[in-house]
Design a protein around this ligand. Structure first.
Ligand code: GLN
Length: 527
C-alpha cells in the first residue's frame, strides 16, 4: 500500500482539498485504485452541527454520515461514493480513546497522547485499501489540533516504509505584493519549518496563488524546502477547478508522485471535464451567503452540467419590499434554485421567490427545505390555507403542512440524529420526475427532520394520475413525501432529498440537467 499525504501551509482555504482530490483523480484515471482519508483535526465528532456560514456546507454520504465538504470534492473528482470511513475527526479519535479507557481496555496504563491517541489514528489509516491512499490533513500545519495527527502520520510512515511508500505533499500559499511586484516565500519557508519540526520533510511542494510564479520564486522554495526544483509546482488560481487534474498531469506532478512511490500507470491519462460556460441565467435564492462554500454541492452540480454557476440572491432582501420590487429583482433570471437550510431566517423571502416563479412559469428547483417551502407557498396561495407553515418556523400555525417527522419527536440530541443518508424512493410512473430519471426506483440522500404532512393535508395534493393535474402533484414517495411537481409548468419540481450530493465529473445529475436545459430555453437575453 502506498500513501500520498497532503498538508497545508500558511492559510486555510487555498484549495488543498481540490489539489488532493485532483492528485487522486490523476492516479485513478491512470488505472490505480485510490482510497481516501480526510482528517479533520477539529473536536466535533462530525460536521453535522456546524454552521454553513462559517464552515461551508455539510456533505452527506450515502451511509448517512455528515462530513466536511471536502468529501464532496473527492466524490466528484473520483466519481465514486465516499463513506464515513473516508473521514475522521479529532472528536471521533478522542471519544474512542476515552470510551476504551472507561471500558478498561488500557487497564493499568496512563492513557496518553502518545502512544494511545496516535495508535487510534494509525488504526484508522491502516484500514485504507487499494493501491494508493490520499490522506489529507485538514487545517494548516502549526494548528495545535493537527499536531497529534502529524505525529501519528510520521510514526505510521516510519513503520511502513517512509521512503518507498510515502509521498508528502505540502500545499502552501505564496502571497503576491502588488506594491513591490513580487511573490513572498517567507510564510512558506516558515510553514515548512513547522512541518520539519514535526519530523516530516516534504517531497513535493505545491504553490498556490493568484497568478503564475516566477522561476526565482520556485527556486527559492526548492532551496528552503529541501527538495529538487522539479518537485516544486505552481498551481495558480484556475477558473474551472475540474481542469486541475489536467494541469497536474501537464506539469507531470502525477508522474513524479508515481515515480517516488514506485508505481506505474496502468492506462493512459484521459481526463474529461465540463467547461461550464453555458449561461442559463439562473439564481439561487438562499440565506447562507457569508462564504461560497455554503452551497458547494449545488453550485458544483450546476457546473458539472456544463453551465455557469447561479447568481446568489439573499432571500432576506426579498422580504420587506413591495411585491412589484420582488418581480423587478427576479425578472432577469430564467430559473431559480431554492436550496436546503434550517431555521426561520430568510424563509419568507424564499417563499416570495417561489410564488414569483410559479406565477410566471419560470423553472424552479426546490431542494429539501426548498421543496418544503414550495408546499407552503402552494398551501397559502393556491389552496387558500392562510398562514400555512412548517412547524419548524411557526409552531402555532393553523395549517402545519410541513411538520416534524414522528420519529424526530422523541429525539433530544441534535448531533447526527436527522434522517440521514440514502433511502430507496419510488417515483410515480406518470410523473415528470420519472421521465427525468427513466426509472421507477431511485436511491438518493437525505438530511432533514421535517416532512410534508400528508396525513392531515392530503386533499390539497394530487396523489393519483386521475386527479386534477393542476394540483400540486406528489411524484415520489418513500415512507415520506419525496417530491412534488406542477406537471403543466416548464419545470417546477421540489425534492425532499439532495440530488446535489451525487453529481460527479462526467456524470452530471439528470434533475439539474433538465432544470438547466429548461432554464436555458427560457432565458431572455435582453432582460
Ligand atoms: N430544515 C428542514 C428540515 O429539517 C430542511 C432541511 C434541509 O434543507 N436539509 O426538514
Amino acid at each position: 500500500m502506498k500513501y500520498v499525504t497532503i498538508t497545508g501551509g500558511v492559510l486555510s482555504g487555498i484549495g488543498k482539498g481540490i489539489t488532493a482530490a485532483s492528485i487522486g483523480a490523476c492516479l485513478q484515471n491512470q488505472g490505480l485504485k485510490v482510497d481516501v482519508l480526510k482528517i479533520d483535526p477539529y473536536l466535533n465528532v462530525d460536521a453535522g452541527t456546524m454552521n454553513p456560514n462559517q464552515h461551508g456546507e455539510v456533505f452527506v454520504t450515502e451511509d448517512g454520515y455528515e462530513a466536511d465538504l471536502d468529501l464532496g470534492h473527492y466524490e466528484r473528482f473520483l466519481g465514486k461514493n465516499m463513506t464515513r470511513w473516508n473521514n475522521v475527526t479529532a472528536g471521533q479519535i478522542y471519544s474512542n480513546v476515552i470510551e476504551k479507557e472507561r471500558r478498561g481496555e488500557y487497564l493499568g496504563a496512563t492513557v496518553q497522547m502518545i502512544p494511545h491517541v496516535t495508535a487510534e489514528i494509525k488504526k484508522r489509516i491502516s484500514n485504507l485499501k487499494g493501491d494508493v491512499a490520499i490522506i489529507e490533513i485538514g487545517g494548516t500545519v502549526g494548528d495545535i489540533e493537527s499536531e497529534i495527527f502529524l505525529e501519528a502520520i510520521r510514526e505510521f510512515s516510519m513503520e511502513n516504509g517512509r521512503n518507498e511508500n510515502f509521498v508528502f505533499v505540502h500545499v502552501t500559499y505564496i502571497p503576491y505584493l502588488r506594491v513591490t511586484n513580487e511573490f513572498k516565500t517567507k510564510p512558506t519557508q516558515q510553514s515548512i519549518q513547522i512541518l520539519r519540526r514535526a519530523g516530516i520533510s516534504p517531497d513535493v511542494i505545491v504553490l498556490r496563488g493568484e497568478k503564475s510564479f516566477s522561476e526565482q520564486t520556485m527556486k527559492k522554495v526548492a532551496l528552503f524546502g529541501g527538495v529538487n526544483e522539479g518537485a516544486v509546482f505552481g498551481l495558480e488560481d484556475a477558473s474551472n477547478v475540474y481542469s486541475i487534474p489536467q494541469k497536474i498531469h501537464d506539469l507531470r506532478m502525477d508522474e513524479l508522485v508515481m515515480e517516488k512511490l514506485n508505481v506505474k500507470a496502468r492506462k493512459d491519462f484521459d481526463w474529461k471535464y465540463p467547461n461550464s460556460s453555458k449561461d442559463a441565467r439562473i439564481a439561487m435564492v438562499g440565506k447562507y451567503l457569508a462564504t461560497d462554500d455554503a452551497y458547494k454541492s449545488v453550485l458544483e452540480s450546476v457546473a458539472l452540467c456544463g453551465y455557469k454557476k447561479p447568481e446568489l440572491v439573499d432571500s432576506e432582501t426579498l422580504e420587506n419590499i413591495p411585491e412589484k420590487e420582488v418581480e423587478k429583482r427576479l425578472k432577469k433570471y430564467a430559473g431559480f434554485i431554492i436550496p436546503g437550510g434550517f431555521g426561520s431566517r430568510g424563509i419568507e423571502g424564499m417563499i416570495r421567490a417561489i410564488k414569483y416563479a410559479r406565477e410566471n412559469d419560470k423553472p424552479l428547483l426546490g431542494l429539501c427545505l426548498g421543496m418544503q417551502l414550495m408546499v407552503i407557498e402552494y398551501a397559502r396561495n393556491v389552496a387558500n390555507l392562510k398562514g400555512a407553515n412548517s412547524t419548524e418556523f411557526n409552531s402555532q400555525t393553523p395549517y402545519p403542512v410541513v411538520d416534524l417527522m414522528e420519529k424526530q419527536k422523541k429525539i433530544l440530541k441534535l448531533g447526527g440524529t436527522m434522517r440521514l443518508g440514502v433511502e430507496e424512493i419510488k417515483l410515480f410512473k406518470w410523473s415528470k420526475l420519472h421521465e427525468i430519471y427513466g426509472s421507477e426506483k431511485i436511491l438518493e440522500r437525505h438530511r432533514h427532520r421535517y416532512e410534508v404532512n400528508l396525513k392531515d393535508f392530503e386533499n390539497i395534493f394530487r396523489t393519483k394520475k386521475e386527479e386534477d393535474s393542476q394540483k400540486l402533484t406528489i411524484s415520489a414517495m418513500s415512507n415520506f413525501v419525496e417530491a412534488v411537481e406542477l406537471p403543466h409548468k416548464k419545470f417546477y419540481i421540489g425534492v425532499q432529498f439532495h440530488p446535489e450530493y451525487s453529481s460527479k465529473v462526467s456524470a452530471p445529475h439528470p434533475i439539474f440537467m433538465e432544470f438547466l436545459e429548461k432554464s436555458f430555453e427560457n432565458r431572455n437575453l435582453n432582460a
